[in-house]
Design a binder for this molecule. Structure first.
Ligand code: IMP
Length: 192
């Protein structure tokens, strides 16, 4: 099935995404510039991307951030083959020590909140100076555990399962330049 057939409708176009990413980058830069002036000895911001879904968003976001920064990745397991949340597994950890650093965790989407809670707890245990979270998409109505999110690209109020710009359905469609709602027939056919 080609991409046009699995997408019910485009929710956010490539242009809308780029505009929002620039706004997020400006807000993040302003906040960390402010924090930096209060403590001159703070080491550069460490932006932590969650693979694989956050990759396109992260690539654009870091180029919209205008404060000194480094980046690193954590790879977490995503849903196996369909749309049902599975357990959180870390497949690849950070390469850098994070003690005393300001961390910005970058997620593709916060759904139930389990992934984010797992990752922020894991990072918190390593004694960073601060942890903030930036997610491209947020599905607040789906939350099962409470998590703090500091920057949100777009809120999804409808019960869509979305694909594109890093978001997958069974590992496919991450390469779509827009974010689209998956047709419900696709979900039903693929769920076991
Ligand atoms: P959570 O642990 O339930 O918050 O799920 C977070 C992860 O679930 C995200 O990083 C995505 O990989 C995946 N996910 C949740 N909703 C969607 C969706 O609508 N499309 C694609 N992936 C999703």
């Amino acid at each position: 099935m080609d991409d046009n057939h699995i997408v019910e409708r485009v929710l956010f176009s490539a242009e809308e995404i780029q505009k929002r990413v620039r706004e997020l980058g400006a807000a993040i830069s302003a906040d960390y510039r402010e924090a930096g002036t209060k403590n001159e000895r703070t080491r550069p911001l460490l932006v932590v991307g969650l693979l694989k879904g956050a990759l396109p968003f992260m690539a654009d976001l870091i180029r919209a951030i205008q404060v000194p920064m480094e980046y690193d990745f954590i790879a977490v397991s995503s849903y196996e083959n369909g749309t049902v949340p599975g357990e959180v597994r870390v497949l690849k950890d950070l390469e850098r020590a994070v003690a005393g650093r300001n961390l910005l965790v970058v997620e593709d989407i916060v759904d139930t909140g389990h992934t984010l809670r797992h990752i922020t707890r894991r990072l918190q245990a390593r004694d960073p100076a601060s942890i903030k979270v930036c997610t491209l998409l947020d599905k607040p109505h789906r939350r099962e555990v409470e998590v703090e999110v500091d920057y949100v690209g777009f809120k999804l109020e409808d019960p869509w399962f979305v694909v594109g710009y890093g978001l997958d359905f069974g590992e496919l469609y991450r390469n779509l330049p827009y974010i689209g709602a998956l047709r419900s027939e696709c979900i039903e056919r693929c769920e076991r």
